[in-house]
Every structure is written in C-alpha cells, then in structure tokens.
Design a protein around this ligand. Structure first.
Ligand code: ATP
Length: 216
C-alpha cells in the first residue's frame, strides 16, 4: 500500500506554498493521500493569530476539491501541547502497516533537533523535506550526519519500509509565507492569488489578521 503523507503546520493561514508542495508530493511520491494536520497548540512558537477553529475551517476549504487531500484534526482535539512524536505514534496505531511520510519544509527540518524526542520521529515515519526558497540542506552537525545515515534519493525506499528514511524533494519554489500574508492583510492589502479564494473569503468574513489599532 502506498505511503500516507502527513503535512503539519499552523496554517495561519494556509496558502498556495503549502498546497502546491502537498500536491507535488502527492503525485511524485505516489502517496495515497496527504493528511493536513493543523497544529492545536504549537510547542515551539508563540501563539497563533487565528483561532484553531478558523485555521481548521481554512484548511478544510482549501483542500475540499482535491482528491487525496484529507484533513485530520487530531492535534486540535488533543489537550495540551501537540508534539509531532505523539501525533505520529497515534497515526502509527491507526495505520500499523502503512509507510508514513512526515512532510516538512527545509526551514522546519533545520529546526528538527529542537523538537521533542526528535530522534524517535524516524522510528515512526520517513521524513520528506520540501526545498523552500532561501534554505539549504545542512552538510554538517547532527542533521548533516543524519542525512548521511538516513538520506535516500529513491522514492521506492519510502514505499518499501514503514519509516526511517529522509528524502529531500525540490518542489516549485513559491516564496509565500503565512507571516508575510498576515502582514499584507494587516497593512490593508488583498491576499488574492496567494491562497484559494475560499480561504480569502473566510478571512474577509472573519476580519482576521487586520490591524485593530486603526493604523495602516
Ligand atoms: P509562518 O510564516 O507563520 O511561520 P509558514 O508559511 O511557514 O508560516 P507553517 O504553517 O508554519 O507556514 O508551515 C507548515 C509547513 O509548511 C512547514 O513545514 C513549512 O516549512 C512548510 N511551508 C510553508 N510555506 C512553504 C512554502 N512556500 N513552500 C514550501 N513549504 C512551505
């Protein structure tokens, strides 16, 4: 059975950089699905701007038309901090015989040693790293060593074992970040063409990311 892709993030808000990455990986790695998992209470960053409900609604709206895109809200339903290692353990329990591929951008991969029990992640899943503009793969340090040990260029390795490989994939470089989208909206500009219209409509309706002090 083909691997399941797992795409976690705060998605505050979701944008075409996320969606294009997920779509290209779905197709080129022959994943059976990509599960979007909005983070409930992210441990390694400050609070989110939009509420969990709104972020989930935006992810649902963005993905509903694409076969193979699945939304999984288990991190939002869990009390307390959501650590990837717990999320992967819970997915592993649900899918004991399926390869799992945790998808992360290169920026997130470089921060991996700060994640809770990061070495155990590879016991539970493969890591698929999406190249993101401005970020390069490490050649030294713990991640450089990990890439030498676990890196693979073979997509079949992701199909033939349940976990343990790191695969770096060049995706179309869309230099969009949620931070820049939030700044753009706060300065009164329109995020059109950076995200699906359905997501933009939710943002407009909720009035989120706007400056509340009246300044532009
Ligand atoms: P923020 O600017 O608020 O940090 P973000 O745009 O990085 O947000 P996240 O929700 O934090 O979005 O990202 C979820 C995952 O998507 C991360 O692994 C991140 O590296 C990846 N990602 C985000 N934007 C892009 C992009 N433009 N291209 C490829 N991967 C991306």
């Amino acid at each position: 059975m083909n691997p399941i892709g797992i795409f976690g993030g705060t998605f505050d808000p979701i944008h075409f950089g996320h969606l294009r990455t997920a779509f290209e990986l779905l197709q080129s790695l022959r994943l059976s699905e990509v599960r979007f998992m909005p983070a409930g209470n992210p441990p390694h960053r400050e609070t989110t701007v939009a509420s969990a409900e709104l972020r989930l609604a935006m992810v649902r709206a963005a993905t509903e038309d694409q076969p193979g895109f699945v939304v999984d809200d288990r991190e939002m339903r869990r009390e307390g901090l959501s650590y990837s290692v717990d999320t992967l353990a819970s997915l592993r329990a649900d899918f004991p015989d399926r390869p799992l591929c945790l998808i992360v951008g290169m920026d997130a991969f470089l921060g991996l040693p700060k994640w809770h029990q990061w070495r155990e992640l590879l016991e539970l899943a493969h890591l698929v790293v999406a190249h993101r503009p401005g970020w390069r793969a490490p050649s030294m340090g713990p991640l450089g060593e990990l890439l030498v040990d676990r890196g693979t260029g073979r997509i079949n390795d992701l199909h033939e074992s349940l976990a343990g490989c790191i695969y770096i994939h060049a995706v179309t470089q869309l230099e969009i970040s949620s931070t820049e989208v939030r700044k753009l909206i706060a300065s009164g500009r329109d995020p059109r063409y950076l995200m699906p219209d359905s997501v933009r409509a939710i943002i407009q309706e909720a009035g989120c990311y706007k400056r509340t002090d009246g300044r532009k």
